[in-house]
Design a protein around this ligand. Structure first.
Ligand code: ATP
Length: 193
C-alpha cells in the first residue's frame, strides 16, 4: 500500500507574501517530506488599523508570483470564496473531505501557535491536522492532544514592517521576492494615496 499523501496547509494574510513565508513553507516541506503546500490567504477586515490591506485578489496574485517556480506550491483561494466566516477548522473540515486519505499538516509561525487557543474551535482543528510550527525566537511548548512538529529555522521578515517601509518610500524590499516587489510598485500597493 502506498504511503498517504502529505499536504501542508499554510493559512495567513500574506499581505504581502514575503521570503519568511516561503522559507517556512520550504523548510517544513523538507523536514516532513510534504507532497505539496497549499497557501490559503484569509479574508482581512477592511477596518484593520494601519494602511488599507491589499485585496484578496491582489494577495493571491502576489502568492502566485512568489511560488511560480515551486513545483510543490498551490495557491488556494477557498477562504476568500466563502460567504461564511473563514475559520481554520472549517477550512480543514473541507480539506479533509476533499482529501480523505491524506495526512494534513497545518503550518504556522510560533506567534500563531501561541495564539491558537484563542482561535475558533482549536480542538476540532487538532483532531484533523498535525501542526508544524516554525519557532520565531520563542519556545514552542507542546499541548495535550495536539500532534506537534517543531521546525527549526528562523527568518526575520515581517509583513507589517514591509508595508510600513513601502509606505515610507522603500522599493525592492530585501524580504520580498523581486518580482513581487516590482508588481507591488506597478500597482502602487501600500503607498499613501
Ligand atoms: P503581519 O506582520 O502583518 O502580522 P505576518 O507575516 O506575521 O504579517 P501572516 O501573513 O498572517 O502574518 O503570516 C502567516 C503565517 O506565517 C503565520 O503563521 C505567521 O506566524 C507565519 N510567519 C510570518 N512571518 C514569518 C517569519 N518571518 N518566520 C516564520 N513564520 C512566519
Amino acid at each position: 500500500m502506498s504511503a498517504p499523501r502529505k499536504i501542508g496547509l499554510f493559512g495567513g494574510t500574506f499581505d504581502p507574501v514575503h521570503l519568511g513565508h516561503i522559507h517556512l513553507a520550504a523548510v517544513t516541506r523538507d523536514a516532513l517530506d510534504l507532497d505539496e503546500v497549499r497557501f490559503i490567504p484569509c479574508p482581512i477586515s477592511p477596518h484593520k488599523a494601519g494602511t488599507p490591506p491589499a485585496s484578496g485578489a491582489d494577495r493571491c496574485e502576489m502568492l502566485r508570483i512568489a511560488t511560480a517556480d515551486l513545483q510543490w506550491a498551490v495557491v488556494d483561494d477557498c477562504e476568500l470564496r466563502r460567504s461564511a466566516p473563514a475559520y481554520s477548522y472549517l477550512t480543514v473540515e473541507t480539506m479533509a473531505a476533499q482529501f480523505p486519505a491524506a495526512r494534513l499538516v497545518w503550518m504556522l509561525g510560533g506567534d500563531q501557535w501561541d495564539a491558537l487557543p484563542r482561535w475558533q474551535n482549536p480542538g476540532r482543528l487538532a483532531e484533523l491536522v498535525e501542526f508544524a510550527v516554525l519557532s520565531r525566537g520563542n519556545l514552542t511548548e507542546s499541548r495535550e492532544g495536539y500532534r506537534l512538529h517543531v521546525i527549526q529555522g528562523d527568518h526575520p521578515a515581517s509583513a507589517t514592517e514591509i508595508r510600513s517601509a513601502i509606505s515610507n518610500g522603500t522599493e525592492n524590499h530585501e524580504w520580498l521576492d523581486p518580482t513581487v516587489a516590482e508588481w507591488i510598485r506597478e500597482k502602487s500597493l501600500y503607498c499613501p494615496p
